[in-house]
Design a protein around this ligand. Sequence first.
Ligand code: ZN
Length: 257
Amino acid sequence: MDPHERRPRAGLGWGRLLTVLTMALVAVVGYYGIRGSSPALPRLRPVRITPQQEIAIGLQAAPAMAQRYGGLSTDRQARQRVDRVCHDLVEKTEARRSPYDFDCHVLADAQTADAFALPGGQVFVTAGLMEKVPSDAGLAGVLGHEIAHVLDRHGTERIAQTRIAPGLTGAAVLAAYDPADPASRRKAAVATLIGRLIDLRFSPAEEAAADRLGSRLAAEAGYDPQGAAQAMRLLATASYERGARGEEGVPPQKAAF
Ligand SMILES: [Zn+2]
């Protein structure tokens, strides 16, 4: 199914309509609550997305991410290297105090040189990028940058702002998402979120922030900061090229607003 399809289907029942209307009402109440122009209405807090919800949505999106880049690599040496550097970056730094569950994977795609992060801690680096980054310091730069995107919740904030349907934002879908039973509710909306997640692009400001925090993590974990910085420049070129190619999926300016 095309995840961006918005035409009503035969299965659209009253329950679904009620949910959408409720979301619209919440949006209106939230708007006036924030503006403070209607003192009779309670002031609503922004929806709360828990780290458990971020972890669960990231885990659910991980297979789709792997599939897009040739699946997970079977190269044992590469996997062990990524595991070791990833472990250092998480256990020897401030990242260990975070609520996230980090797991770094190697993607089999040798043609693409790129790396990605999903909310909650699923991190990916392609075989093609690993080939271009022979030093562990360089790999620490790449993984540190991706771990930083997770810690700063860049992906979570992006999809929270995504409009899934009229009156229904990614934030509302995520806030209602039950990590214990991820497939139980709003299956179509969750599938849309996952499609957006694996196509995420970050702003230049977010990339710069990930470079700064990533460098700090690499240095804190004992890796040469210069080697790390060099690899991050490679990564910046990769994501610039990815953006320029447009690739399949939704370009960032349409995915988020
Ligand atoms: Zn980045």
